[in-house]
Design a protein around this ligand. Structure first.
Ligand code: ADP
Ligand code: MG
Length: 238
């Protein structure tokens, strides 16, 4: 677990500014939902925390240390996307262990961590299957397993459920919540689905055109939206 802090973050793609002076403190073990309409800068913000996108101005700190100059691997962060991009020729176990193998972990360590993650995510019986033999929900669980085996201090989710059908989304929602509690990481969860945000998060951060409109507990935002934008976004079903 580690805290994550954003200090006056600015981001421009060329001449186009997309993040304007965003500051945010996320506590150890907290589950934050980052919500806002398409194009408001959610993915850009996550990618800067992960080290996948250069920061134009400002600092990102993880566990109290400024990480601007660190590579994604050095930041000890795991990211789960909506397209889970599993290797089709590898088994579930090989997919989950691949990053550990790249880091030079021993076979025993890899096997132990993969088995442990598989138990958490109910994948034990599927370890020898190939991705093509899995359902969409199972594939997404493998993608999460691949992240879990690395014992990340911070989990970043970028709309991980948006490719799944409605019923599966509800089921995966509780699995993500359970996973967060079992692994005890700090989680930042990007979604444009306010129900997902309301049910999962300790705190919701509403982003609009690269600025934070409001942050608070789900119930605070629901009861006391700071403005019409937040009211419209949190109060009405998608
Ligand atoms: P969200 O995830 O909230 O939908 P993004 O962070 O993907 O938003 O995008 C924020 C803004 O930055 C959008 O206007 C988008 O078009 C722009 N953008 C995102 N990535 C790039 C890029 N690599 N190059 C130029 N513009 C980008
Ligand atoms: Mg996005």
């Amino acid at each position: 677990m580690a805290s994550v802090e954003l200090h006056n973050i600015h981001k421009a793609y060329g001449a186009l500014p997309v993040i304007h002076d965003v500051s945010l403190a996320i506590g150890d073990g907290e589950f934050i939902a980052l919500v806002g309409p398409s194009g408001c800068g959610k993915s850009t913000l996550l990618r800067m925390i992960a080290g996948l996108e250069e920061i134009t101005d400002g600092d990102v700190s993880i566990g109290g240390q400024v990480v601007n100059e660190l590579t994604p691997r050095e930041r000890n962060i795991a990211m789960v996307f909506q397209s889970y991009a599993l290797y089709p020729h590898m088994t579930v176990a090989q997919n989950m262990g691949f990053n550990l193998k790249l880091s030079g972990e021993t076979k025993q360590v890899i096997e132990q961590r993969v088995n442990e993650a598989a138990r958490m995510l109910d994948l034990t019986k599927l370890l020898d299957r190939k991705p093509a033999q899995l359902s969409g929900g199972q594939r997404q669980r493998v993608a999460m397993g691949r992240a879990v085996v690395r014992n990340p201090a911070v989990f970043l989710f970028d709309e991980p459920l948006s490719n799944l059908d409605a019923k599966l989304r509800v089921q995966m929602r509780s699995e993500i919540k359970a996973l967060h509690q079992k692994v005890q990481t700090t989680s930042i969860y990007v979604t444009h689905d306010q129900i997902e945000a309301m049910t999962l998060a300790d705190r919701i951060v509403v982003l609009n055109q690269g600025r934070i409109e409001q942050q608070g507990t789900p119930i605070d935002l629901y009861r006391q939206p700071a403005n019409l934008f937040v009211a419209g976004f949190i109060g009405s079903p998608a």
